[in-house]
Structure formats: C-alpha cells, structure tokens
Design a protein around this ligand. Structure first.
Ligand SMILES: [Zn+2]
Length: 187
C-alpha cells in the first residue's frame, strides 16, 4: 500500500532526527510535520540542552512550522490543519494537548509512551471530549516501533546527567521493556 510505504519513509526520517537527539545526550524522540509531501518543520528533544522540560520534539517542530509560516507569509491556522505529524514515540499529555490546540488532524507514531502518553497510554487527550481544547486528532500507532524502543533503550543504558538517581531510573528500565511487545501495525 503506497500510503503505508510513504508513512514508513517519513518515520525513517523521524528516526534519523531521534538519533541526532541521542548524539546530543537527549531522550531520543524525533518528529516531523509534513504537508503535501514537504517537511515544514522537524524537531527533536532539546530538554537537557535548554534545561527546559517543555522542549519536547513536537513542541520544537511546532515552533519550526510557526517560523516557516512567518517566512512564507502563510496563516498558521490554515497550515496546521493540513499537516500530518510523524513522531517516533507516542506524544505525551502536554504535547497531545498542544497538537489539539494547533488543530493537527493526524498523528502517526512509533512506540507507546506508557509513562506519559497522551494518546491512550495514560490519558486519551487525542480523542477525548475536552472543552476549549482544540480538535481531537486521529492517531495511528506502531510505525517503526521496534526501532524507536531500541533508541530509547540505548539512551537509558547511558548515563543521563539530568535523570534523578536511584529508583526512578530503574523504573524507567522496567517501563521501557514493557513496551517491547507493542510493535503491531494498526493499519
Ligand atoms: Zn511531549
């Protein structure tokens, strides 16, 4: 199926962005916002570099698209509803709320985020009936999930200088290994 191949190809690019995050000592999550076969914005985690816990891949990509809109004289309210967001890990609750507010209609992601996921793993912000919180969006999971999990594992095997010591780190190991089974393609 051509759509499926295209989605996998975009996800490969998102994984490249995630690898870049890993090289920079960030939790390896990569994200692309695509419109009409064009990448309008990319993002990877910048939390450790910026010491700002809100600089998740999706937030960075949204900011890139806002810049793109400004430079290209486009109205962002018209652009975001035409985009598809590809991200290697299920968006967290904060990002899922931001995606709703920006009215991004479709999200394709890799592995589940069992600790923070906002598309069903912890809360379902994606399709929830929420007042004054943008529009629900469609979520398709499982694209390149195995690769996404491998990158996360590679990160947590290293020392994360900003991670809390002891128990919390051990918990992360457990929750990551529990995502191993989730590699199914839902479409
Ligand atoms: Zn997030």
């Amino acid at each position: 199926m051509a759509d499926e191949e295209a989605a996998l190809a975009w996800m490969d690019q998102a994984l490249d962005v995630a690898r870049e995050a890993l090289e920079h000592g960030e939790v390896p999550v990569g994200c692309l916002l695509v419109c009409d076969n064009e990448v309008l914005g990319k993002g990877r985690n910048e939390v450790n570099e910026t010491k700002n816990a809100t600089r998740h891949a999706e937030m960075v990509a949204i900011d890139r698209v806002l810049e793109w809109c400004q430079q290209s004289n486009k109205v962002y309210e018209e652009v975001f509803p035409k985009t598809v967001l590809y991200v290697t890990v299920e968006p967290c609750i904060m990002c899922a709320a931001a995606l709703r507010l920006m009215k991004i209609p479709r999200v394709i992601y890799g592995c589940q985020n069992e600790r923070f996921g906002g598309c069903g793993s912890v809360l379902n912000i994606a399709s929830g009936d929420l007042v004054d919180t943008g529009e629900p969006f469609e979520c398709i999971a499982g694209y390149r999930a195995k690769e996404a999990v491998e990158l996360l594992k590679a990160f947590y095997r290293q020392e994360n200088p900003n991670a809390p010591k002891s128990k919390v780190r051990k918990k992360k190991h457990r929750s990551l290994s529990s995502t191993d089974g989730i590699q199914k393609l839902t479409e």
